[in-house]
Design a protein around this ligand. Sequence first.
Ligand code: GTP
Ligand code: SPV
Ligand code: MN
Length: 600
Amino acid sequence: MTSYPAADSITQSRALKDWVDECARLTNPDRIVWCNGSEDERRRLTAEAIEAGVLIPLNQEKRPGCYLHRSNPNDVARTEEVTFICSPTRAQAGPTNNWMAPGEAYQKLGALLKGSMKGRTMYVIPYVMGPLGSRFAKVGVEISDSIYVALSMRIMTRMGAAALEMLGASDDFNRGLHCTLGLDPQKRFICHFPQDNTIWSVGSGYGGNALLSKKCFALRIASWLGRQEGWLAEHMLILGLQNPAGETRYIAAAFPSACGKTNLAMLMPPAALKGWKVFTVGDDIAWIRVGPDGGLWATNPEFGYFGVAPGTSMKSNPNAMRSVERDALFTNVAMTADGDIWWEGMDVPAPAGLIDWRGRPWSAASGEKAAHPNSRFTTPMANNPVLSPHAEDPQGVPISAIIFGGRRATTMPLVLESRDWTHGVYMGATMGSETTAAAAGQVGVVRRDPMAMLPFCGYNVGDYLGHWLEMRKHIAKPPRIFMVNWFRKDAAGQFMWPGYGENLRVLKWMIDRIHGDAGARDTPVGRVPNAADLDLTGLAMSAAQVDQALAIDAGEWKNEMASAGEFFARIGDTLPAALKATHGEIAAALGVDATHRQAG
Ligand code: GTP
Ligand code: SPV
Ligand code: MN
């Protein structure tokens, strides 16, 4: 097998060279290509991907540098049931993760990987997560036989020479080995070895399964590193909110997959709220540390966005639409007759001659979606017209508020403020949300998704919640914690709240609660504004309608408490006592039994 260029001319890390050799001996590729992240390399790989039918050029006049990828129809979302945490013991993975013994996993996947790259190219993809030169930053190297992965990684991460420079002669890097294995669902396993800083992923080419920098490293492995090292790796967007006086405050928000992070991070303020601006620091992942001032500081470890396409329009998220005007990869969207893109909820009628996400002619009469519900765009964050000037700040940004939020048709009010850190952690810990198309399986089922990390926590969830509580001791100036729900529905099944840009009104209330004098009423489950406490200037909704979105329904909360209680029981021994106590106090205040589901 040949290597371009020779490893010795590229890296001083003996450990890296040895590991690449080891992977090559196992998988037996025809050639090894070390990626350097250059523009020349992008052109070359793109041409090869087009030649191989992996990428389809879009209309280069309308969308310069943009390409379409159609995935195997059996490989369109993360697959949680074949995702494993391979810690030494089952207890370390905890009750919410699939566990496989490390020896068994290495053996099982090793057998699948044996000779698996014969006839193929092995890409060695070094990357940095976090701003260059930052104490937050970490190096990873992904080895993959997928040219789509290589091209995506150069958008999503700081890929190539910069990573090898940061690594130097060190052996401290995440080792990610990925092989597509013909995309056979029977051979699909995503295995994490936190104790070895290693990920082995086989049988899938899909985003979160295959771009190992993202959920695998920056959340599952990093959450575990964060516990060892005293910081937090979270499934959170980070935004800067600038008021008319020009002061900017930063907010981090955790919502489950396909529940609104990218949209909130790029929010376009409503015209009626003059002088307010939102800037994006990150749209999916936050690495958070205690800063020298005793507050929490956050960075976005990524370099691009892997965003949900359907529902994105010039009306709902104009900044996202502008971010995909050039140099974007689209996966599983529909293609127009003139080589442009289209998806449901783009707010332009489906043009004639549309080709669906599988490459077949589409007609509205088919009753099928033209774009896959989990179709996505991959685009450099530099394309974002409202990218924060601090998005690459090595120090990160100081966090004033943390938000947890789910997709809930009932129960959860538009916004809820916690009483203190422990109550806020309780809110995050008991969060529920309806499942979405971002993961394979049934859509629309409410499940407990603590801190939006259920599929992404790399260790025992009880210990994870304990780590959140423990962090408080090191934070002299803790951010305030809130809960939101943009997705509550009325009796007719319509969203009660218009969402998107209008969500700014809720963020403004939060900042006014922290730094100003906005009002709220106390309830057993937290503090809630009355409609009169929110700035509703220019909003086409009556105060009564807003109050409906803010209502706390005792009957709904009885079920909510029971469901949270069941989840806590499932966590078992490792559940922190303080959270159990908070649960009991709230249940008592609501006058309900804390452990058993109520009839009706
Ligand atoms: P991941 O990338 O999977 O982590 O998703 P995400 O949390 O970034 O979700 P995203 O912002 O892409 O939104 C997912 C879907 O929710 C899209 O179809 C959006 O149009 C829709 N959505 C986002 N914000 C709102 C909102 O405020 N109200 C309503 N009704 N829908 C929203
Ligand atoms: C999510 O599912 O939360 C995503 C997409 O952000 S993926 O990268 O596939 O995890
Ligand atoms: Mn996500």
